[in-house]
Design a binder for this molecule. Sequence first.
Ligand code: FO1
Length: 303
Amino acid sequence: MRVAVLTGGVGGARFLRGIVDTVDPASVTAIVNVGDDLEVLGLSVSPDLDSVLYELAGIADEERGWGRADETWNALATVETLGGESWFRLGDRDLGLHAVRTQALREGVPLSAVTAKLAAALRVETTILPATDEQLRTWLDTPNGSFPFQKWFVARAHRCEGATEARPAPGVLEALHEAELILIAPSNPFVSIGPILAVERIRSALQRRRVPCVAVSPLIGGLAVKGPAAGMLQRLQGGTTAAHVASCYPGLIDALVMDEEDAADADAVSSAGVRPIVTHTLMRDAAARRRLAEAALDAVAFA
Ligand code: FO1
């Protein structure tokens, strides 16, 4: 079965790992958020692409949730000693990847092509695509000014700079058209999935889909496992129930996988025309990841 998964970083990458442990990894395409991308120490960093890459290559730091396992921090210590930019912590192993990517981008290689090369070098069979090769950045607008995403994690408002002009990266629309199932990972609907859907042709491909699209809620008991999703849902969508999550994807999803702790919201989700799929969604280990993947993949059987 061909599957396209729209995803952000940490939670999305774990969900994706469950998917490729359940179906043929080569039949899966990940369409990844680049709104969080930034330049640190002159290097181009794509945190969500890297979380997906490291997770699928089996070299992610599971505890920290981002970056590589067995990481060391010698370069960062030197940067700190020299008074350089150290607020965004790049480990030694991680730095190597950013150096290779940055050089390729400066030589004019598109981000999608660089990512394909990195994935091949790390023996990842799944296709990993940035949503766009163009510059698309999430900014957080607060009463104290505007900040790039990584500088201000808890937001009052946000916007995607470059979304109007951004075209889908090569392969993105093809993956969506060829998919028998489209999944939206349990990533933040605003700052992880939002920037992907802000690319107009990706959103309209989802609106015109002929196959089911299933989102997985990032909330458990109305709370986010990690990050600002619950606070943002409260402020921007008016609440933190599963129905509020569903309302982030109007006309874009057919079913919502939601946690048992939120089972009381199932009727409200149904009333919004979205089929609720209630299960355990916490991805504590490989077995839990696979169970969640199976619940989402099963949706195709009920379409
Ligand atoms: N998150 C942090 O909270 N602090 C960091 O210093 C940090 C460094 C970092 C380096 C490379 C990378 O790929 C990710 C990194 N992250 C860090 C995670 C990242 O900020 C977010 O988890 C994602 O952008 C959200 O999807």
